[in-house]
Design a protein around this ligand. Structure first.
Ligand code: SF4
Ligand code: SF4
Length: 375
């Protein structure tokens, strides 16, 4: 059996749905695209993965010869309705760059170990343009919503690749749009019009990106009021442009088995608990799913406040009133916004009381603006 076949069969045995291989050449088209849109993507270009450097894999691994790319289908089990619309499916599935001590993280580790046992040198993680890599290897094509689609699955997939120093047998590309002619359902459904042209996304308008805004990622934590209103109940990620897609309907409508862990999480997950999060809730209900981008409770609390405000239900006023005593001014400020969104006499009374002893200038400003709008 050839080295290529051994690698592909091992990957399939590990649970990957598709495997492809391409030479470890540069991606000039990706570099050109990212460079022309650096105003929108500066946060990503300057991130530790240095994607413009990584798009020339041999600049990071001189003897790189091949890229092995994989599709993992993360929608093989169902997603509880209590979580869907709040947490993106890829995060619920715990598959997106999963920690090594989890089952999905172990898959990556086992793949690397196997490649090394076969005598390959394997690069440490290189932030490759995974969708383009997979399309060049013929295992996905593109949707106009920018997601990659795998035949027989759809776009609920996680792509990951391994750069090695061995020449292997290479696959043929499918770098093309696989959408039905005339379809633009994703663009029409996007609440913020973040997809401004087919295959062109402005991340700064994308709800998913906004839910991940933190100081840690050096993008700041301020979410524009216009975007807050469009976030609905989403606290981590957004799946709307994938949910409306005809190419995903077979999977979305399929009767899939439950994921027992997610069922447990869903049973005691609520936006109110996320807003007034205890350490235990964070450790058991938030961190196991949403470990990728946010590592401080206050940003989840911010997102929960926005979500409760968008629900517009006066029943949440007591939770938001208590959140206005939280030590983090970020949480107090967004809770004030949420109270304003719910509106009415009770919300106004809470804000009038809180402003009397609020010490943060930014929260006082937020409360004042809200009170003016309520009147
Ligand atoms: S993830 Fe949501 S906000 Fe972002 S482009 Fe898709 S529908 Fe629009
Ligand atoms: S909604 Fe239509 S245009 Fe958008 S990705 Fe799906 S098939 Fe393509």
């Amino acid at each position: 059996m050839s080295l290529t076949t051994q690698i592909k069969e091992f990957a399939l045995d590990l649970g990957y749905s598709k495997v492809g291989i391409i030479p470890a050449d540069s991606f000039p088209e990706y570099i050109a695209e990212l460079t022309t849109r650096q105003d929108m993507y500066s946060f990503y270009i300057n991130s530790p993965g240095r994607p413009l450097v990584a798009a020339e894999p041999r600049s990071l691994m001189k003897n790189a010869k091949s890229i092995i790319t994989t599709v993992y289908d993360y929608s093989q089990k169902s997603f509880p309705k209590e979580l869907t619309g709040k947490i993106g499916r890829i995060y619920q599935a715990r598959s997106y760059y999963a920690p090594p001590n989890t089952i999905n993280g172990a898959r990556t580790r086992l793949m690397r170990e196997y490649l090394r046992r076969l005598g390959c040198e394997v690069a440490d993680k290189i932030s490759l343009p995974e969708r383009l890599v997979a399309a060049k290897a013929g295992i996905v094509n593109f949707g106009r919503n920018n997601f990659a689609y795998a035949e027989g699955i759809g776009s609920f997939i996680f792509l990951s690749s391994f750069v090695v120093d061995k020449e292997l047998e290479y696959d043929s590309p499918t770098v093309e749009i696989g959408c039905p002619a005339g379809c633009s359902a994703c663009m029409k459904a996007c609440p913020t019009k973040a997809i401004y042209e087919p295959n062109k996304l402005n991340p700064r308008r994308c709800i998913a990106f906004n839910t991940f805004l933190t100081q840690e990622r050096m993008v700041g934590s301020y979410i524009e009021p216009e975007i807050r209103e469009k976030m609905g109940t989403k606290v981590h990620g957004c799946d709307i442009c994938q949910e409306v897609c005809p190419r995903n309907q077979a999977r979305l409508k399929a009767k899939l088995p439950d994921d027992p862990f997610l069922v447990n999480v869903a049973n005691d997950f609520s936006l109110s608990q996320m807003l007034r999060m205890t350490d235990e809730f964070y450790a058991t209900r938030v961190e196991p799913l949403m470990y990728n981008y946010i590592h401080e409770k206050k940003y989840f609390q911010r997102n929960a406040a926005i979500a409760l405000g968008n629900l517009g239900d006066p029943a949440f006023i007591p939770d938001l009133a208590k959140a206005m005593d939280e030590p983090e001014e970020l949480v107090r400020g967004y809770s004030a916004w949420a109270l304003g969104k719910i509106g009415g006499r009770s919300a106004k009374q809470v804000l009038e009381k809180k402003i009397e002893y609020e010490t943060s200038e930014s929260v006082i400003k937020e409360i004042r603006e809200v009170l003016l709008a309520i009147m």
